[in-house]
Design a protein around this ligand. Structure first.
Ligand SMILES: Cc1ncc(COP(=O)(O)O)c(C=O)c1O
Length: 391
């Protein structure tokens, strides 16, 4: 049997590889501190669980859900967009659709818009799905480097004119995985103008919209006046409410974008379990104090890691958002060399920056998804092994 040729062009999924490595070492009895994957370790808030328990016992949730999401779910999503970002006037049928987490919807957007000869503009470093889904769809990914000197924002003026003209989708993600970078509304305005100029669908992956600290509130691209002419935004409950396993989110914005996505999805999936949609409605009405209780856990861990690394000589600042700290490797090491050293000498598992694209070389990423004590231990193990940042 021969799998399709297209699979030969797809590299192994970064995190599948990382899990394989972890299992291999654990089988040898190594006590691994796994800071590789952005999968929250805490439970989903209790009141969301309560709604889920009741919804499961309600037989009306057991049949096929509507493809685009229940009316009540889309209403809750639209109300949340208004409450959270001041985005009003969303048409529930044409401009909002449920998704099975955001990874599914991200992939299916490529299938809806990209074909042979088309380019996609994708951030480098970036979430690996943007690249692989471009390839699945038969298009050409064009990586836009996110450089520290540009605060990890894409430099639009460096995109060649002939590529921009052949581009169907431009992907951005702020707060950003893996760099933790932020974007301002002014920058979103520039992106909207660029996409209008070249007739590109602007896709904002907002998976970390609520994962922010020190009082910072990330904006939505749809706050830009008339952004809906060119932009769609992907929201997910996965990270914000410790719900990665539940698989629910929504996509909102430009009607052509949503219609394309709906057309793919009606043919390949059958929506999200209605009980999960009911639980998600409860999540969207969560109060600020409850959300802050979830965020304070990560903020504390961020401080443990950043203070610890600073004490070992690292020149880093605490990120204001996401579940990650993006850390430069000490001079003289490549990303792979340094993460291998951390694994071999300290039993610490972290992904190399270049796993997110060539421009991630020189960095590694720490996910804040393990208990405080293990973070302290990771720093201690580095200190014991004499690992420091020395320039
Ligand atoms: C930038 C980004 N987008 C999307 C996702 C997908 O999340 P989910 O499918 O759980 O919503 C992730 C997960 O790590 C991510 O980091």
């Amino acid at each position: 049997m021969q799998p399709a040729k297209r699979l030969e062009k797809i590299p192994p999924y970064l995190f599948a590889e990382i899990n394989r490595k972890r299992e291999e070492l654990e089988a040898k009895g190594v006590d691994i501190i796994n800071m590789a994957v952005g999968d929250p370790d805490k439970p989903t808030p209790a009141h969301i669980l309560q709604v889920m328990h009741e919804a499961i016992d309600d037989a009306s949730t057991h049949n096929y859900p509507p493809y685009q999401g229940m009316q009540e779910f889309r209403e809750a999503a639209a109300k949340w967009m208004e409450h959270r970002f001041g985005v009003t006037g969303l048409n529930l049928d044409a401009e909002v659709i449920s998704s099975i987490g955001s990874k599914e919807a991200i992939h299916n957007t490529f299938l809806a818009f990209v074909e042979a000869g088309d380019y996609t503009l994708i951030p480098d470093p970036g979430y690996p799905v943007y690249r692989t889904s471009t390839i699945f769809a038969g298009g050409e990914p064009f990586a836009i480097p996110l450089k520290a000197e540009n605060k990890f924002l894409p430099n639009l003026s460096a995109i060649p004119e002939e590529i921009a003209r052949k581009t169907k989708l431009l992907w951005i993600n702020y707060p950003n995985n893996p760099t933790g970078a932020l974007a301002t509304l002014e920058f979103f305005e520039e992106l909207v103008a660029f996409c209008k100029q070249y007739d590109i669908l602007l896709c904002h992956d907002h998976a970390y919209s609520e994962m922010a600290y020190d009082g910072y509130k990330p904006p939505s691209v749809l706050q830009v006046p008339r952004a809906k002419d060119v932009a769609i935004e992907f929201h997910s409950l996965s990270k914000s409410y410790n719900m990665t396993g539940w698989r629910i989110g929504f996509v909102v914005g430009n009607a052509i974008g949503i219609q394309g996505l709906r057309q793919v999805k009606t043919n390949v999936d059958s929506g999200v379990f209605k009980a999960i949609q009911k639980a998600a409605i409860a999540a969207y009405s969560i109060n600020e104090a409850e959300l802050q209780a979830v965020m304070s856990v990560y903020q504390k861990r961020r401080d443990i890691i950043v203070n610890g690394l600073q004490s070992l000589g690292w020149p880093i600042e605490p990120p204001k958002a996401t579940l990650y700290v993006w850390v430069p490797v000490p001079p003289g090491y490549s990303s792979i060399e340094f993460v291998t050293l951390l694994l071999d000498k300290c039993g610490i598992l972290v992904p190399p920056g270049n796993g997110y694209g060539a421009a991630g070389e020189g960095f590694f990423r720490i996910a804040l998804t393990i208990p405080d004590e293990r973070m302290h231990e990771a720093i201690q193990r580095m200190e014991n092994a004499g690992i420091r940042y020395t320039s």
